[in-house]
Structures are given as structure tokens and as C-alpha cells.
Design a protein around this ligand. Structure first.
Ligand code: GLN
Length: 288
């Protein structure tokens, strides 16, 4: 069977299922099975696939059909120009979250200029770090900062440790923790991409066959904001006065999060748009 035929087979088996990108998925999975890039795959359309390649490709298609994200199957997801290892049990980095990295870098530079520092060395924490997405990107970008990360999930920790080693030379510290519990601080900046989908949205995705962990998606409460309501006061207690909080959430949640921040003595609240033009990140400062 040629590469072209194998792509057609993959496309027709994925079409109409959970994926909205059957062509892209089939090409990524076939390229992965052949051990080459997608670009190279398209230059080899007339070449024959070995039985071994076809077997691995068809197994990959089965996994995709069962709802696993492509990134879990190929084992890697690109974020902020870095390849993060991911797999079953962990949330895949999303391009939307790059806006948090951009906003955090600005806050880091501003904190350095203002000389707001907790302890001589500026410190940043990534709460609910998953495979290390935000913390590792920031730790690599600003090597003079002390960066730590935490997550409640033992699966996330496994991926975090690999990514921390591979991408950041192991320089971040890690705590297994539920929403900052047991992490003393103080920090100059705390970033977080917590679960924030509503239980109804999470259920809908699960029914569509999504396999990413509910723990990383469902924010609880009817509005998906329970986790954020618990998290904001804990972040307050671990920030230095004037320190910055950055959160990812759904654009429709932003007005409510503004209110929660205001009633917890956060000031200078700002929202930031993601690549699709949605208000995806919110920043605020702990009152002096
Ligand atoms: N932005 C993610 C999604 O829509 C949700 C991740 C999260 O809840 N933090 O899939």
C-alpha cells in the first residue's frame, strides 16, 4: 500500500468521528509511524508502506478513534517552540495558553524593573502545571528566576519530571499539591491554568469520546469556577504585596473572576486575548 492510499484509509476511518481534523490527524499518525515529518511524508506519497509501518499506523488510528488526542499517541506536543512529552492521563498544552506565557514574561520583566522581589531572587510558581507547560516555558525563558511548579495528579508529575529534565535541565522544583496546599511561598508571581470547564461541558466532551482527564478540565460548580474560587485566596496568601497573579479561564467567566478578584483584595485587573481573539487570561496584583 502506498503512502497516498494509507492516508486515504486513515482519513475515511477518522471522518465523522470526534476529530474535526481527520486529514491532519491521519497525516501526523502516518508520519509518526514512518518516523518522518509531515512535510517529508507529502514528498513520499507514491512510496510503499512496510507491513510494520501499516501495523503501527493502524494501531495509532484505533487509539485516535477511541478518543485519545494525537499528541498522546505521538507522545509530543509543541508549545512555545518546545516539544513537551505528553501521554495518557495528562492535559495536552494548548496554543491558547501561549498568551499566559507572553503576559507572564511581561510581568516578570516589570517585577525586575520595579525591584519587587521576595527574597533577593525573584520567584515564580506554576500551580496546576500538568506536564509543566507554563512553568517550564517561563523557566527556560528567564533563567535568573527561581521557578517551581505543582499539580495534584501523579500522572502529571511523571510527565513534568521528564519535561523538566529534557527542556529545562531539571532546574524547576516540584511539589505534589492540591491548589498550593503546603507550598509556603512567598512568590513574586503565580501563574495557573486550572480546570475551568463546567461539569456540563466536561460531560459533553467525555460523551464525544475525549479522553483527557476530567480532573484537569472540570472546574466544578455550575459555572466551572469552584476551583478558581478556592484558588484565588490561596494565591493571595502566597504572593508578596504587589505580586502578580495570572490565570487562564473561559472568556465568558472573566466578568465573574473580576468580581472574585476584587473581593479578595486584588487590584489592577486586566484581561488578555488569545490567538483566536478570546479573553483567555486575566492578571491582577495583590494589594500592597
Ligand atoms: N482550554 C481547555 C479546553 O478548552 C481547558 C483546559 C482547562 O480547563 N484548563 O480544552
Amino acid at each position: 500500500m502506498t503512502v497516498r492510499d494509507a492516508l486515504a484509509e486513515g482519513y475515511s476511518s477518522l471522518e465523522g468521528h470526534e476529530t474535526q481534523t481527520p486529514r491532519l490527524d491521519a497525516s501526523l499518525l502516518l508520519a509518526h509511524s514512518r518516523g518522518i515529518s509531515r512535510e517529508k511524508l507529502y514528498m513520499e506519497l507514491g512510496e510503499t508502506c512496510t507491513a510494520q509501518v501499516l501495523e503501527s499506523y493502524r494501531t495509532a488510528l484505533e487509539r485516535r478513534l477511541s478518543g485519545e488526542p494525537v499528541a498522546w499517541i505521538i507522545g509530543i506536543k509543541e508549545f512555545w517552540g518546545m516539544g513537551f512529552q505528553v501521554g495518557p492521563g495528562v492535559l495536552c498544552p494548548r496554543p491558547d495558553s501561549e498568551i499566559l506565557v507572553e503576559a507572564a514574561l511581561k510581568s516578570m520583566d516589570e517585577a525586575e524593573i520595579l525591584g519587587i522581589q521576595s527574597n533577593g531572587v525573584p520567584r515564580l510558581h506554576d500551580c496546576c502545571c500538568g506536564p509543566g507547560t507554563l512553568g517550564i516555558a517561563l523557566g527556560v525563558e528567564r533563567p535568573n528566576w527561581e521557578v517551581s511548579a505543582s499539580d495534584i495528579s501523579p500522572q502529571a508529575e511523571e510527565y513534568f519530571r521528564i519535561n523538566n529534565q529534557n527542556l529545562a535541565g531539571g532546574r524547576l522544583t516540584y511539589h505534589q499539591s492540591d491548589l498550593m496546599e503546603g507550598i509556603p511561598g512567598p512568590f513574586d508571581i503565580i501563574v495557573s491554568n486550572p480546570p475551568y470547564l463546567t461539569p456540563a461541558e466536561t460531560k459533553e466532551r467525555t460523551e464525544l469520546g475525549w479522553r483527557e482527564p476530567v480532573l484537569a478540565l472540570d472546574g466544578g460548580g455550575t459555572d466551572g469556577l469552584d476551583v478558581i474560587r478556592r484558588l484565588i485566596p490561596r494565591i493571595f496568601n502566597r504572593l508578596i504585596p504587589g505580586g502578580t497573579l495570572l490565570l487562564e479561564a473561559d472568556p465568558l467567566q472573566m466578568p465573574y473572576i473580576r468580581q472574585i478578584l476584587a473581593s479578595n483584595d486584588f487590584v489592577e485587573v486586566n484581561v488578555h486575548q488569545d490567538l483566536a481573539g478570546h479573553e483567555r487570561a486575566i492578571t491582577a496584583k495583590r494589594k500592597n
